[in-house]
Design a protein around this ligand. Structure first.
Ligand SMILES: CC(C)(COP(=O)(O)OP(=O)(O)OC[C@H]1O[C@@H](n2cnc3c(N)ncnc32)[C@H](O)[C@@H]1OP(=O)(O)O)[C@@H](O)C(=O)NCCC(=O)NCCS
Length: 158
Protein backbone atom coordinates (compact mmCIF):
# COMPACT_ATOMS: atom_id res chain seq x y z
CA UNK A 1 0.00 0.00 0.00
CA UNK A 2 1.28 3.46 -0.85
CA UNK A 3 0.32 6.76 0.77
CA UNK A 4 1.39 10.38 0.31
CA UNK A 5 1.91 12.42 3.51
CA UNK A 6 -0.50 15.34 3.22
CA UNK A 7 -0.71 18.37 5.58
CA UNK A 8 -3.65 16.85 7.44
CA UNK A 9 -1.54 13.76 8.31
CA UNK A 10 1.18 15.68 10.15
CA UNK A 11 2.01 16.84 13.68
CA UNK A 12 2.99 20.45 14.54
CA UNK A 13 6.58 19.68 13.44
CA UNK A 14 5.37 18.88 9.94
CA UNK A 15 6.14 15.15 10.25
CA UNK A 16 3.72 12.27 9.79
CA UNK A 17 1.81 11.80 13.04
CA UNK A 18 2.40 8.41 14.70
CA UNK A 19 -1.30 7.65 15.02
CA UNK A 20 -1.85 8.18 11.31
CA UNK A 21 0.98 5.81 10.48
CA UNK A 22 -0.47 3.20 12.84
CA UNK A 23 -3.82 3.55 11.06
CA UNK A 24 -2.19 2.97 7.66
CA UNK A 25 -0.27 -0.01 9.06
CA UNK A 26 -3.49 -1.50 10.46
CA UNK A 27 -5.30 -1.03 7.13
CA UNK A 28 -2.46 -2.50 5.04
CA UNK A 29 -2.03 -5.46 7.40
CA UNK A 30 -5.77 -6.13 7.58
CA UNK A 31 -6.05 -6.24 3.77
CA UNK A 32 -3.18 -8.75 3.71
CA UNK A 33 -4.82 -10.88 6.43
CA UNK A 34 -8.28 -10.70 4.86
CA UNK A 35 -6.93 -11.80 1.47
CA UNK A 36 -5.16 -14.75 3.07
CA UNK A 37 -8.20 -15.73 5.15
CA UNK A 38 -10.72 -14.81 2.42
CA UNK A 39 -12.95 -13.39 5.14
CA UNK A 40 -13.57 -10.54 7.51
CA UNK A 41 -10.75 -10.04 10.01
CA UNK A 42 -10.35 -7.98 13.19
CA UNK A 43 -7.16 -6.76 14.80
CA UNK A 44 -6.58 -8.58 18.07
CA UNK A 45 -3.09 -7.34 18.89
CA UNK A 46 -0.25 -5.08 17.73
CA UNK A 47 3.31 -5.70 18.88
CA UNK A 48 5.82 -3.01 19.78
CA UNK A 49 6.06 -0.24 17.17
CA UNK A 50 9.03 2.09 17.41
CA UNK A 51 9.23 5.27 15.36
CA UNK A 52 12.86 5.18 14.29
CA UNK A 53 12.91 7.99 11.74
CA UNK A 54 10.55 10.91 11.06
CA UNK A 55 8.55 10.79 7.84
CA UNK A 56 8.17 14.23 6.31
CA UNK A 57 5.31 16.12 4.72
CA UNK A 58 5.19 15.36 1.00
CA UNK A 59 7.02 12.02 1.30
CA UNK A 60 5.72 8.77 -0.13
CA UNK A 61 5.10 5.99 2.39
CA UNK A 62 5.21 2.38 1.22
CA UNK A 63 3.81 -0.34 3.48
CA UNK A 64 4.84 -3.93 2.71
CA UNK A 65 2.91 -6.72 4.36
CA UNK A 66 3.15 -10.48 4.55
CA UNK A 67 1.34 -13.20 6.48
CA UNK A 68 4.15 -14.90 8.37
CA UNK A 69 2.10 -17.72 9.90
CA UNK A 70 -1.45 -18.88 10.37
CA UNK A 71 -2.56 -20.57 13.57
CA UNK A 72 -6.11 -21.84 14.19
CA UNK A 73 -8.34 -18.77 13.78
CA UNK A 74 -5.59 -16.11 13.80
CA UNK A 75 -2.77 -14.95 11.54
CA UNK A 76 0.36 -12.92 12.19
CA UNK A 77 1.17 -10.19 9.63
CA UNK A 78 4.53 -8.45 9.35
CA UNK A 79 4.41 -4.79 8.26
CA UNK A 80 7.49 -2.95 7.00
CA UNK A 81 7.30 0.79 6.40
CA UNK A 82 9.54 2.68 3.98
CA UNK A 83 9.61 6.39 3.15
CA UNK A 84 11.03 8.09 0.09
CA UNK A 85 10.78 11.46 -1.56
CA UNK A 86 8.30 12.04 -4.34
CA UNK A 87 10.91 11.29 -7.00
CA UNK A 88 11.61 7.88 -5.42
CA UNK A 89 14.95 8.90 -3.85
CA UNK A 90 16.05 8.90 -0.21
CA UNK A 91 14.35 5.58 0.48
CA UNK A 92 14.73 4.42 4.08
CA UNK A 93 13.07 1.95 6.42
CA UNK A 94 11.20 3.81 9.14
CA UNK A 95 9.07 1.33 11.08
CA UNK A 96 8.03 -2.28 11.39
CA UNK A 97 5.56 -4.22 13.50
CA UNK A 98 3.69 -7.48 13.79
CA UNK A 99 -0.10 -7.38 13.79
CA UNK A 100 -2.36 -10.30 14.72
CA UNK A 101 -5.81 -10.69 13.18
CA UNK A 102 -8.65 -13.09 13.91
CA UNK A 103 -10.80 -14.30 11.00
CA UNK A 104 -14.55 -14.05 11.42
CA UNK A 105 -17.54 -15.63 9.72
CA UNK A 106 -20.43 -13.47 8.54
CA UNK A 107 -22.11 -14.06 11.92
CA UNK A 108 -18.92 -12.76 13.64
CA UNK A 109 -17.96 -16.16 15.07
CA UNK A 110 -14.27 -17.04 14.72
CA UNK A 111 -13.25 -18.92 11.60
CA UNK A 112 -10.48 -21.43 10.88
CA UNK A 113 -7.74 -19.92 8.68
CA UNK A 114 -5.75 -21.47 5.80
CA UNK A 115 -2.17 -22.52 6.55
CA UNK A 116 0.93 -20.62 5.38
CA UNK A 117 3.57 -22.42 3.35
CA UNK A 118 7.02 -20.95 4.09
CA UNK A 119 9.34 -21.52 1.14
CA UNK A 120 12.27 -19.08 1.18
CA UNK A 121 14.81 -18.87 4.02
CA UNK A 122 13.33 -15.52 5.09
CA UNK A 123 9.79 -16.93 5.07
CA UNK A 124 10.99 -19.89 7.16
CA UNK A 125 12.73 -17.55 9.63
CA UNK A 126 9.57 -15.48 10.08
CA UNK A 127 7.40 -18.62 10.31
CA UNK A 128 9.54 -20.23 13.00
CA UNK A 129 9.73 -17.03 15.07
CA UNK A 130 5.97 -16.51 14.88
CA UNK A 131 5.15 -19.27 17.37
CA UNK A 132 7.38 -17.65 20.01
CA UNK A 133 6.04 -14.14 19.33
CA UNK A 134 2.52 -15.53 19.68
CA UNK A 135 3.37 -17.10 23.05
CA UNK A 136 4.82 -13.79 24.31
CA UNK A 137 1.63 -11.97 23.23
CA UNK A 138 -0.62 -14.49 24.91
CA UNK A 139 1.45 -14.37 28.12
CA UNK A 140 1.23 -10.55 28.09
CA UNK A 141 -2.53 -10.75 27.53
CA UNK A 142 -2.87 -13.15 30.48
CA UNK A 143 -4.09 -15.90 28.13
CA UNK A 144 -1.15 -18.28 28.43
CA UNK A 145 0.58 -19.51 31.55
CA UNK A 146 4.34 -18.94 31.02
CA UNK A 147 4.84 -22.51 32.29
CA UNK A 148 3.14 -23.70 29.09
CA UNK A 149 5.26 -21.61 26.69
CA UNK A 150 7.16 -24.67 25.46
CA UNK A 151 8.59 -23.13 22.26
CA UNK A 152 10.07 -20.17 24.14
CA UNK A 153 11.65 -22.49 26.71
CA UNK A 154 13.03 -24.75 23.99
CA UNK A 155 14.47 -21.71 22.15
CA UNK A 156 16.17 -20.36 25.29
CA UNK A 157 17.65 -23.77 26.08
CA UNK A 158 19.10 -24.27 22.59
C1 LIG B 1 -10.77 -11.03 18.37
C2 LIG B 1 -11.95 -11.69 19.09
C3 LIG B 1 -13.04 -12.04 18.06
C4 LIG B 1 -11.43 -12.95 19.72
O1 LIG B 1 -12.49 -13.52 20.40
P1 LIG B 1 -12.22 -14.57 21.56
O2 LIG B 1 -13.49 -15.09 22.07
O3 LIG B 1 -11.26 -13.96 22.52
O4 LIG B 1 -11.58 -15.74 20.78
P2 LIG B 1 -10.43 -16.71 21.23
O5 LIG B 1 -10.06 -16.60 22.67
O6 LIG B 1 -10.89 -18.04 20.73
O7 LIG B 1 -9.20 -16.21 20.39
C5 LIG B 1 -9.24 -16.21 19.00
C6 LIG B 1 -7.83 -16.18 18.50
O8 LIG B 1 -7.23 -14.96 18.88
C7 LIG B 1 -6.00 -15.21 19.52
N1 LIG B 1 -5.79 -14.17 20.49
C8 LIG B 1 -6.60 -13.79 21.47
N2 LIG B 1 -6.05 -12.77 22.14
C9 LIG B 1 -4.87 -12.51 21.55
C10 LIG B 1 -3.84 -11.56 21.80
N3 LIG B 1 -3.92 -10.68 22.78
N4 LIG B 1 -2.75 -11.58 21.00
C11 LIG B 1 -2.66 -12.47 19.99
N5 LIG B 1 -3.60 -13.38 19.70
C12 LIG B 1 -4.69 -13.41 20.50
C13 LIG B 1 -6.17 -16.57 20.14
O9 LIG B 1 -4.92 -17.17 20.39
C14 LIG B 1 -6.94 -17.27 19.05
O10 LIG B 1 -6.05 -17.63 18.01
P3 LIG B 1 -6.00 -19.14 17.43
O11 LIG B 1 -7.41 -19.58 17.21
O12 LIG B 1 -5.26 -18.98 16.14
O13 LIG B 1 -5.30 -19.98 18.43
C15 LIG B 1 -12.56 -10.75 20.18
O14 LIG B 1 -11.62 -10.62 21.22
C16 LIG B 1 -12.90 -9.40 19.62
O15 LIG B 1 -13.91 -9.21 18.95
N6 LIG B 1 -12.02 -8.40 19.89
C17 LIG B 1 -12.22 -7.04 19.35
C18 LIG B 1 -11.60 -6.96 17.95
C19 LIG B 1 -11.65 -5.53 17.45
O16 LIG B 1 -12.66 -4.87 17.57
N7 LIG B 1 -10.52 -5.07 16.87
C20 LIG B 1 -10.40 -3.72 16.49
C21 LIG B 1 -9.91 -2.96 17.66
S1 LIG B 1 -10.02 -1.25 17.45
Amino acid sequence: MTELVMPNDTNPLGNLMGGNLLRWMDIAASICAAKHCESLVVTVSVDLVSFDQPILLGEVVTLETTVTRAFNTSVEVSVQVYASNFQGGGTRKCNSAYFTFVALNEDHTTKKVPKVLAITDEEKRLYEGAIRRRQIRLIQAGKLDPKNADEIREFINR
